[in-house]
Design a protein around this ligand. Structure first.
Ligand SMILES: Cc1ncc(C[n+]2csc(CCOP(=O)(O)OP(=O)(O)O)c2C)c(N)n1
Ligand SMILES: [Mg+2]
Length: 893
């Protein structure tokens, strides 16, 4: 090693000693024993620790490719022809965006994400992504959502999408249909399988999908295969907590069927992801620390000769010193700048590149743009055993857009591309674009007999067909499982049970059913005991890929914590986002796997829609089926837990999700009717809907189902108990939901006994269903003025229901107000707007003014407004009911 002039002799001794060690180490490697070399390092490390020598910790490796060129698998394809195909895809993607933006500025989408990810996708399409076929379940691919133009462009080149469809990119309402901006199975149910564009959701969904695939295998619901789950993410996307929040689950579960590819273009929307650091190194440390197999694909093949010369690691060290902001800058700089800035740091580095021209330096490729490097990484990933793999691929944002858009901070929103850029693009990718074509930016697909098309088709045939493609592969369940739920329709004969307990009873029955039993997937985020579900632990077991390696502490009890390899319950631990991701995997298995799994995800209702609403939205987009159960629901029904736990919101939050059917039942028979009908609608009739049902922990005697109430339960309301004296002069209609229905029934008695008011009581099982029905009827009437108007169901119910109207709910007053305009007169709404607090149920219902006393008062007040009774009656009632008129307003307290 050449010594530097100003190094002291003691330092030279040290360096020589180090060098001797390195030489010995090299000798082991030269003998072809990398395994031994690795062991030596481990032994030395242990020895150092035993001798009290501090070994600095780092989870990082140098800033070079993980796969050394000597170990790189050979590229099996025809690189030239693949480059041509990729160029065609790039051109059509660009054309699609440019044309769309010409038609309507601001609608056309952007191209720079795909610019960076194109090689990462294309190598997958040509060599890895296996389609779903009759004999093979296929790989599951989560495409980086913002790169959708590239996936469409490929499908166009493949002949799967027409030019008309491409023309209508982001114009989905055009005649003939268009293409959705991003992956949305709801909008393109034959194409996209998974929505990925709300950043951070695709990584967590992919992890739980990979785990769910193993669950299906371990439970014997599908054969074990080597199918993979691929997820392509942006580097900026990894800042979302969901993105990295579940990576330890993947390694803990040894998910070697899972491959993440992070498109590290170092930029997000506004600017650099880590201007002052290195996103690749940061992610490497996080994933290695979590036990993943990390493959960095930083440098392209052009760099191989340089690294070969880098025997003392100077180049690797220099490259590791540079921060991402500098890397971003050299993308837009000249070769001379790169020479000076990157290599000028040391004369030995300058010497390394003295034979490379400035232009050569400028075009040295990043790993993620080199198919050879990408192929080798993918091959290593699919062959890797025992842990999930993440590939960290360095790319350039807006690659191909040249000076107009490569690597700039404004690149993300690059939409308009001038003719010079198009010309440059055509030249760069070797496309024969004529001058007149430049101006019109036509879509272009080569003839079927061209070598490109032949090659492309052969590649896809080998991989079983086209990807992505979505199809419903499951067969409907057979109808009629009335018997299963019969016992819940007859009441509890005075025994006090909560709707949660009733639900657990139904779940137990369903689990034992010969047809649907095995398909049920109970999912809990560490709340099974809260919901009294521990008896299911023993009955069907908790899924664990390792079985149970220990004797559970409660082994000698009846309901011990039983983990099993074929366990059925997904006990996810404290992660509603993870549980929801499992729900999505199970709820979409009817398409992904052709298996009608029926997920029942039960959670603390406050930590459901409010906590993971975006995932619930993604579930709807995915066309998920299944049941979400908000447990311990109700602002005043969950008594002791206080403000953060008491849910008066979730039924309002359920409103916007179009396919979510929301119910707030009071009685076991209502719940049974809803679940039975849900299974029928989703798994027999094949509707792509799912359910949100709140269940409570307040125990009471369950009555038998009143005759003829089934339709009303499902439609959202039915008369549960008519007034005993329908002829009374003072009449009222009272509406109750969930636990508050029982307060309404008490109010009915008080009103009758003390105030001679005859009130009918309605159970409102779903304000959402009533609201949807009402707006549907209104819309129809708007569009059909000459026809007999449709009458909303609420209006039909109340057509012959006399008197004043009062509604009480454990949720916001907004719910009854939603449907009030279809009622014959105004409705007085009682609800739980405000912050919850810890108290007893009685105190809470007084505080929120939703108990029987307030319902009575509200009814009397409405009668007073109608001039049916005197003020003094109401005043006296306030006294009799012990209502504090100066009490604090719960809304503002
Ligand atoms: C949850 C969420 N927040 C914000 C956005 C808006 N958004 C779209 S793309 C983008 C930047 C993406 O950066 P990166 O993940 O690095 O992907 P790249 O385009 O660079 O490949 C942002 C912020 C989004 N789609 N989802
Ligand atoms: Mg990025």
């Amino acid at each position: 090693m050449a010594a530097h002039p100003d190094i002291h002799s003691s330092q030279i001794d040290e360096l020589e000693e180090i060098w001797e060690w390195i030489e010995s180490f090299d000798a082991v490697i030269e003998k072809g024993e990398p395994g031994l070399a690795s062991r030596i390092l481990q032994e030395i490390r242990s020895r150092a620790l035993a001798c009290g020598v501090e070994v600095p910790f780092t989870a990082n490796t140098p800033y070079v490719n993980t796969i050394h060129v000597s170990q790189q698998a050979a590229f099996p394809g025809d690189q030239e022809i693949e480059r041509k195909i990729k160029s065609l895809v790039r051109w059509n993607a660009l054309a699609m965006v440019v044309r769309a933006n010409r038609v309507e500025h601001n609608i056309g989408g952007h191209i720079s994400t795909f610019g960076s990810v194109a090689t990462l996708f294309e190598v997958g399409f040509d060599h890895f992504f296996r389609a779903r076929t009759k004999d093979f379940e296929g790989d599951t691919v989560y495409f980086q959502g913002h790169a959708a133009p590239g996936v469409y462009a490929r499908a166009f080149v493949e002949g799967r999408l027409s030019a008309e469809k491409l023309e209508n990119f982001r114009r989905e309402l055009k005649p003939g249909g268009g293409l959705s901006s991003y992956p949305h199975p709801w909008l393109m149910p034959d194409f996209w399988e998974f929505p990925t564009v709300s950043m951070g959701l695709s990584p967590i969904m992919a992890i739980y999908q990979a785990r769910f695939n193993r669950y299906l295998e371990d439970r014997g619901l599908k054969p074990a295969t080597d199918a993979k789950v691929w997820a392509f993410l942006g580097d900026g996307e990894t800042d979302e907590p969901e993105a990295l929040g579940a990576i330890t689950l993947a390694s803990r579960e040894n998910l070697d069927n899972l491959i993440f590819v992070v498109n590290c273009n170092l930029q997000r929307l506004d600017g650099p992801v880590r201007g002052n650091g290195s996103i690749v190194q940061e992610l490497e440390a996080a994933f290695r620390g979590a036990g993943w197999n990390v493959i960095k694909v930083v440098w392209g093949s052009d760099w191989d000769p340089l690294f070969e010369q880098d025997v003392d690691g100077l180049l690797a060290k220099r490259l590791g010193e540079m921060v991402d902001g500098e890397y971003q800058k050299i993308v837009v700089e000249s070769g001379a700048y790169i020479r000076q800035h990157v290599f000028g740091a040391d004369p030995r580095l300058l010497k390394m590149v003295e034979n490379i021209s400035d232009d050569g330096l400028r075009t040295l490729r990043q790993g993620g743009h080199d198919p050879k490097k990408v192929y080798a990484a993918y091959k290593a990933a699919v062959e890797h055993k025992g842990s999930p793999t993440v590939i960290l691929a360095r790319t350039i944002k807006g690659y191909g857009l040249g000076e107009a858009g490569e690597g700039r901070n404004v690149t993300h929103q690059q939409k308009k591309v001038d003719e010079d850029t198009l010309r440059h693009f055509g030249e760069r990718f070797g496309l024969n674009i004529t001058e007149d074509q430049i101006a019109t930016v036509p879509f272009y697909r080569p003839p079927d007999d061209s070598p490109e098309m032949q090659y492309l088709k052969a590649c896809r045939e080998k991989l079983g067909g086209y990807v992505p493609r979505r199809s419903v592969r499951s067969k409907p369940l057979v109808a009629n499982r009335g018997e299963l739920f019969e016992e819940f329709l007859t009441g509890s004969e005075g025994r006090e049970v909560s709707t949660t307990m009733a639900f657990v009873g139904m779940l137990r029955k369903m689990l034992r059913d010969p047809e649907i039993g095995k398909l049920i997937v109970p999912i809990v985020p560490d709340e099974a005991r809260t919901f009294g579900m521990e008896s299911l632990f023993r009955l069907v077991g908790i899924y664990s890929s390792r079985g149970q390696l220990y004797e559970p502490v409660d082994m000698n009890t009846l309901l011990y914590y039983k983990e099993a390899k074929d366990g059925q319950i997904l006990e996810e631990g404290i992660t509603e986002a993870g549980s929801m991701s499992s729900f999505i995997a199970a709820g979409s298995a009817y398409a992904t796997h052709g298996i009608n799994t029926i997920p029942f995800f039960i959670f603390y209702s406050m930590f459901g829609l409010q906590r993971v609403c975006d995932l619930i939205w993604a579930a709807a987009d995915t066309r998920c089926r299944g049941f979400l159960l908000g447990g311990t629901a109700g602002r005043t029904t969950l008594a002791g837990e206080g403000l953060q736990h008491q849910d008066g919101n979730s039924h309002v939050l359920a409103l916007p999700i179009p396919t979510l059917q929301a119910y707030d039942p009071t009685f076991a028979y209502e719940l049974a009717v809803i679940i039975e009908d849900g299974i029928d609608r989703m798994y027999v009739k094949g509707e792509s809907i799912f359910y949100y049902i709140t269940v409570m922990n307040e125990p009471y005697a369950m009555p038998p189902m009143p005759a003829g109430s089934r339709e009303g339960i499902l439609k959202g309301m039915y008369r549960y108990k008519a007034a005993s004296n329908g002829k009374s002069k003072l009449r009222a209609q009272l509406f109750g939901s969930g636990a508050i229905l029982r307060e309404v029934l008490r109010a009915q008695e008080i009103l009758e006994e003390k105030y001679h008011v005859a009130a009918d009581v309605w159970s409102v099982t779903s304000y959402k269903a009533l609201y949807s029905d009402g707006i549907e009827a209104e819309r129809w009437n708007l569009l059909h003025p000459a026809e007999k108007p449709r009458v909303p169901y609420v209006t039909q119910c109340l057509a012959e229901a006399p008197g004043v109207l009062v509604a009480a709910t454990d949720y916001l007053k907004a719910l009854p107000n939603l449907v009030s305009r279809w009622m014959p007169t105004r409705v007085a709404s009682l609800g739980t707007d405000g912050f919850g607090r810890s108290e007893s149920r009685d105190s809470l219902r007084n505080f929120f003014e939703v108990d029987a006393r307030f319902i009575t008062l509200a009814t009397l007040h409405e009668l007073l407004r109608e001039g049916k009774i005197q003020t003094s009656v109401v005043q006296q009632a306030i006294k009799d009911l012990a209502i504090d008129v100066d009490k604090a307003d719960p809304l503002t307290t």
